[in-house]
Write a protein that binds this ligand. Structure first.
Ligand code: SAM
Length: 241
């Protein structure tokens, strides 16, 4: 069968992203904590907090990676079930080990899955979480539409993603950090400077703030709002169905 170029490149990029995360999986948690000075834990907790009032029982954690958010969500909200999906087997394997160690294998289930073709029926989940995932999607709108499809009416999505600080002096320091310092540390600890160069480029290229909320609307979400964190390095985006 002939593959149209568009499909071919989609496949290619997705495989590249999965391979990149497979390669850094072993160092991913350490580098996250180290490069963020541990602040990423506070960001994740603040994101999960957005679901507290809803008391969701079934949660889908998209691009779950090593399952940090899935584990924290379980600890804080005690839902019946969390399903985590990710395209990287290497990241999922580490996540599974962490879940097993926590004795939560019956409560948090990880499986390989693509955000742009979610293997669940319409209206399946009370809530969806995505932390530092949407930036990596091949087709952002398609991914958001899929998540909207599997969310139950009345359900809520919480997205945590990097953004760029607004305050000029801080912007300069942050740019320096992201473009030079973080890749250098990544090289030192994981021998994978490329992945952190990708981080820098993908943060720069990603739509953020109100522009991102507009895309969420386009995907079907309502009652959207955003909360910038840490001078705007990171933003929580929420929406309902
Ligand atoms: N959510 C985790 C966290 O907060 O640490 C992992 C974030 S990590 C920066 C991004 C993850 O997105 C990687 O594990 C990668 O494999 C996954 N990913 C990228 N594209 C994806 C897609 N189309 N569908 C599912 N997962 C995807």
């Amino acid at each position: 069968d002939k593959i149209v170029p568009d499909q071919q490149s989609t496949l290619h990029k997705k495989e590249q992203v999965a391979e990149m995360f497979n390669n850094i999986a072993g160092k991913y948690d350490f580098l996250n904590r180290f490069l963020s000075g541990g602040i990423d834990i506070i960001w994740r907790k603040k994101a999960i907090q957005q679901l507290k009032a809803l008391q969701p029982q079934t949660i889908l954690d998209v691009a779950t990676g090593t399952a940090d958010v899935a584990l924290m969500t379980y600890a804080r909200l005690k839902p019946q079930k969390i399903i985590g999906i990710d395209i990287s087997e290497g990241m999922l394997n580490l996540g599974k080990q962490k879940i097993e160690k926590a004795g939560l294998s019956n409560n948090i289930i990880l499986q390989q899955g693509d955000s742009e073709h979610i293997d669940f029926e319409d209206n399946s989940f009370d809530a969806i979480t995505v932390s530092f995932g949407v930036r990596n999607f091949e087709n952002l709108l398609k991914g958001l539409r899929e998540m909207h499809r599997v969310l139950k009416p009345g359900g809520k999505i919480v997205i945590l993603e990097f953004s760029k600080p607004r305050w000029k002096p801080f912007q300069m320091i942050y740019n320096l950090y992201l473009s030079i310092i973080a890749p250098a540390f990544a090289q030192l600890f994981s021998k994978n400077k490329k992945a952190y160069k990708y981080l820098n480029n993908s943060v720069r290229a990603f739509p953020e703030g109100k522009q991102f909320l507009t895309i969420m609307h386009e995907a079907g979400f309502t009652q959207t709002y955003l909360k910038p964190l840490s001078l705007g390095i990171c933003t929580i985006y929420c929406g309902s169905k």
